[in-house]
Design a binder for this molecule. Structure first.
Ligand code: KIV
Length: 278
């Protein structure tokens, strides 16, 4: 089916992004641009800028809540943030993260939680971490009509198992495991896979070998798409600066400067002035 013969809705920000279009873009070699959002305002800006996939990531735990890991993020928090994001988005595909322990216990619980993110928060797809181990769960969720995005390589929900955020799959054994996990996710019906912080050559090879799009983060330029945490690329979250993050702005400095300027103006009696008063 050609793009023009589809009945995909056209939104004020462009033609709606669907999992079908993402798959087509892969075959056409059009690279997918994805970023994260946790609130209405950020999501609105991302959508207007033409971002294809907006992920409501469980990174909200570190970025918004100031926690050290994503492990404590809860379903209720993800539902709250996802519903703020979906309210703002017209064009992008919105994907919601299933937080740690929302899908690991059994497939029934995973399905119920995936369904909550879709029904209560309005996301169009869910993301979960893992490969072969969770393939049956992915199949179950996809089977009821909920698109699933996988997440391999550095999987932050397993930080206590690995004890480090260093590059993954450098060894042949781990690289082979990742290759098998990627195939397992595709066979289970996942529509895309995020691959985080692995050698660029491996990510490129996996991208070439799969029919579904591979979205890389810290995985080099050979993937079908790229994702970053918005607060990282804006220079707003500055606790860490991994080498894979390109900073497109230095918002933390600019905001702090504006706040300090305001404080100085208030103290000096310079704000508000006459034109800012009634
Ligand atoms: O939670 C998140 O923001 C993510 C991205 C880093 C891919 O999973």
């Amino acid at each position: 089916m050609s793009e023009s013969s589809e009945s995909t809705p056209v939104t004020p920000n462009g033609k709606k992004v669907t999992t079908l279009r993402l798959r087509r873009w892969k075959s056409e070699g059009r690279t997918i641009a994805a970023l994260t959002a946790y609130d209405y305002l950020m999501a609105e800006l991302l959508d207007r800028a033409g971002v294809d996939i907006i992920l409501v990531g469980d990174s909200v735990a570190t970025i918004v809540q100031g926690l050290d890991t994503t492990v404590p993020a809860t379903m209720e928090q993800m539902l709250y943030h996802a519903s703020n994001v979906t309210r703002a988005v017209q064009r992008a595909l919105v994907v919601g993260d299933l937080p740690f322990m929302a899908y690991q216990v059994n497939a029934d619980e995973a399905l119920r939680n995936a369904g909550r993110l879709v029904k209560e928060a309005g996301v169009e797809a869910v993301k979960l971490e893992g490969g072969k181990r969770i393939a049956a769960t992915v199949e179950r969720i996809v089977d009821v009509g909920i698109p699933v995005m996988g997440h391999l390589g550095l999987t932050p929900q397993s930080i206590h198992k690995f004890g480090t955020y260093q590059v993954r799959a450098r060894s042949n054994k781990e690289a082979d495991e990742l290759r098998r996990d990627a195939v397992a996710l595709q066979e289970a019906g996942a529509f895309a896979v995020v691959i985080e912080k692995v050698p660029a050559a491996l990510a490129k090879e996996v991208s070439k070998s799969l029919d579904i799009p591979v979205i890389g983060i810290g995985a080099g330029g050979g993937c079908d798409g790229q994702i970053l945490v918005s607060h990282d690329m804006l220079g707003l979250y500055t606790r860490f600066h991994p080498r894979f993050v390109r900073r497109y702005a230095e918002m933390a400095g600019a905001m702090q400067e504006a706040f300090a300027h305001y404080v100085a103006d208030v103290r000096a009696g310079d704000f508000p002035n006459e034109s800012e008063s009634y």
